[in-house]
Ligand binder design. Structure first.
Ligand code: ADP
Length: 210
């Protein structure tokens, strides 16, 4: 008789812009986690011919469609920042599609003991909370977020602040967390050590010693 392996632990990884989510996802992947990247899925769905484009065109009109038929992300961002109803409308279209694709992508990682779904807006959308077993929040101060994104992406402080203001607060995010990685005042080597410790705690959960 073959025993089926237990399903992978499904972890939702989230954090504010610049908190270090992508860095943590990479570190978890090097430990053996299978990563489902919802940003990449969103880009796939909104590329020319992507499955979300018909619904997005119907909802928002020609102005959000690039000449090549893909989503004009900058124009979409303008609309969403101008009116919260547009944000809700966009999320209502995209989130269920992203979740469906994420579940499909996750099938490829079923041999891995942990599947990590990288979901920047996990707390904001609420949609994901029922789909994961644990929530991992990468946390840092706003001033650190701003400094990192200015350095990484060349944005102004005001541009980063506008995104921070549109995201969940630290408190809201932390209230949903089962695990927290404080990524502030430490270098990437120290972050890697914290990720290793977290990984060990997950391994103890998925294969407890009897
Ligand atoms: P997010 O995916 O949450 O937006 P990233 O992982 O891209 O954040 O991190 C933002 C930037 O900060 C990147 O350039 C990354 O290399 C850097 N960074 C993240 N954590 C640290 C750290 N502990 N020490 C130094 N730089 C860091």
């Amino acid at each position: 008789m073959t025993l089926l392996p237990p399903p992978p632990l499904r972890v939702g990884l989230t954090g504010g812009i610049g908190s270090g989510k992508s860095t943590v996802a990479r570190l978890l992947a090097s430990q053996g986690a299978f990563i489902v990247d919802t940003d990449a899925i969103a880009r796939r769905l909104t590329q020319p011919g992507g499955s979300a484009m018909h619904a997005l065109h119907a909802a928002f009109g020609d102005s959000v469609i690039r000449p090549d038929g893909g989503l004009d992300r900058q124009q979409m961002r303008h609309l969403v920042f101008a009116d919260v109803r547009h944000r809700h409308q966009l999320e209502a279209i995209l989130h269920p599609m992203i979740a469906q694709e994420a579940q499909r992508d996750a099938m490829a990682g079923r041999e891995s003991p942990v599947t990590v779904c990288d979901v920047p807006l996990l707390v904001e959308s609420g949609y994901w909370l029922d789909l994961v077993h644990r929530v991992l929040v990468v946390d840092c101060s706003e001033s650190t977020q701003i400094a990192r994104v200015m350095h990484r992406s060349g944005w102004t402080a005001d541009e980063v602040q506008a995104v921070i203001d549109a995201q969940a607060t630290r408190k809201q995010r932390l209230s949903k967390a089962h695990d927290v990685l404080l990524n502030d005042g430490i270098d990437e080597a120290e972050l890697a050590q914290r990720v290793t410790a977290l990984w060990r705690s997950w391994m103890a959960l998925v294969s407890p010693t009897v």
